[in-house]
Design a protein around this ligand. Structure first.
Ligand SMILES: [Zn+2]
Length: 443
């Protein structure tokens, strides 16, 4: 009997060790799984087949379809009949991009990222025009300004350079000139900082170009630039169709209360067939967090329901999230807390939490968990900010955080925000922090 027990014990111990080793293996696999799945999502959403998830080739809808299929695979349920919440909005697109050139300037351009057309620019036929300067010499003297205004602008392009202008009344003149009160053919603006692109819901009556001219090159441009030629192939779409993708996991005890995770899936799309804005960090990374959390909660449901909202048309002005707040599928009063992810692909320096100052108790909890578990190098507070999809929810009385990562690569709203250079440095740590934090929300 005794002997038998001993044997059983030994077997039990060996078996336990086996299970323990396997558990460790499983945990390691799970951890790898989070990053593996995140990379898979980022690689797919930021691949050429998604056309920058914007308004060329219906890139945003291809991305929405991918997310919907992931929702189905994970086992989320739609709130109503389908995962899509459809809406439309006006947007200016650039199916043919734009072309440009200079005459007079003798310079070799190493990159093609030094000129951008303003997203509100209208379609314009090819033309070649003499340039006329609007710079410090024009705004610094009344006489020079009067001389400038005598020009015939109908066959000219105005080049605006604010270098050397500091006085506020003169700066006002510069800003005013950007609105093209002289009705020139186009406006070209000198900029000595990195150019970023955007999307526009409105259409201007003239094209504007922004040109990256470092201070060291400023003089040579002034001396040599004579002509600017260009065309713009843009198309304004008054009723572009898009959609939010929304699913949820039913709560085990209080299914009518919700914890909500959000991330926008759209990006800036393309400028002709050449320039694509892949938007790996902004915001394929946030979608990767959303889907990873969906996968987690499908296996570990909470007492509350957990909803996942992938918003469209954020880049055009938070349109998808605003549409939800104005057309609620479930009442936003039922939301206990909402966390929005937008740009979470780095984390070398930790995270910033928008609305930390609005919800101090929850923010302190987040910091406490992070200090105990040592997930991230820092969890930093920020006040209110209308810069992402949490905004209209917060304004409507929902408690929200918007989290973005700090440090690492700086690519943003440009063609360099690519999947192959997105490190996902602290992705898994942030994922764990959010899970631990969400646990405390249902206590
Ligand atoms: Zn974004």
């Amino acid at each position: 009997m005794i002997r038998k027990i001993r044997i059983t014990n030994r077997i039990f111990i060996r078996y336990s060790l086996f299970i323990f080793a396997n558990c460790q293996l499983l945990t390691a696999n799970c951890q790898n799984d989070v990053l593996k799945y995140a990379h898979q999502i980022v690689d797919t959403l930021a691949s050429p087949s998604m056309y920058g998830r914007g308004y060329i080739m219906k890139g945003d809808s291809i991305a929405a379809d991918y997310i919907k299929k992931q929702f189905e695979k994970i086992g989320l349920k739609p709130i109503e009949k389908e995962f899509y919440q459809r809406f439309s909005f006006p947007v200016n697109t650039f199916p043919g991009g734009f072309g440009w050139g200079f005459r007079g300037i003798d310079k070799y351009f190493e990159t093609d990222s030094f000129i951008l057309v303003n997203p509100n620019s209208p379609h314009t036929e090819y033309g070649n025009y003499k340039v006329i300067w609007f710079d410090s010499s024009v705004v610094s003297s009344k006489k020079n300004l009067n001389e400038f205004e005598k020009n015939n602008f109908s066959d000219k392009v105005i080049v605006i350079d604010s270098k050397g202008v500091s006085e506020s009344s003169q700066m006002k003149l510069i800003e005013n000139a950007k609105q093209n009160p002289y009705h020139s053919k186009a406006i070209v603006i000198f900029n000595n900082k990195k150019l970023t692109w955007d999307a526009s819901q409105t259409l201007a009556s003239f094209p504007t170009f922004e040109l990256l001219v470092p201070d060291c090159e400023n003089k040579i441009w002034h001396e040599q630039l004579e002509h600017f030629y260009f065309f713009v192939e843009s198309k304004f779409i008054p009723n572009y169709q898009s959609q939010n993708v929304i699913g949820y996991i039913r709560g085990t005890q209080y299914p009518d209360s919700f914890i909500v995770f959000t991330a926008h899936y759209d990006h800036l799309g393309m400028m002709d067939e050449e320039a694509e804005f892949p938007g790996a960090n902004d915001n394929a990374s946030g979608c990767a967090m959303l889907l990873n959390l969906a996968r987690y909660y499908s296996q570990h449901p909470l007492k509350y329901s957990v909803a996942f909202m992938a918003f469209g048309a954020e880049e055009v002005g938070l349109i998808g999230s605003k549409y939800y707040v104005e057309h609620q599928l479930f009442n936003i009063n039922q939301i206990k807390f909402l966390i929005n992810f937008d740009i979470v692909g780095t984390g070398d320096e930790g995270i910033k939490v928008v609305n930390a100052t609005q919800h101090k108790k929850e923010f302190d909890e987040l910091v406490k968990i992070n200090e105990e578990k040592k997930y991230l190098p820092s969890v930093q507070p920020r006040g209110k900010a209308s810069i992402s999809d949490h905004y209209f929810f917060e304004e409507a009385g929902v408690k929200t955080f918007y989290i973005y990562t700090l440090g690492g690569i700086k690519a943003y709203h440009d063609i360099y925000d690519r999947p192959e250079t997105l490190p996902l440095t602290k992705f898994e740590e942030l994922y764990k922090l959010v899970i631990d934090f969400s646990d405390t929300l249902q206590k």
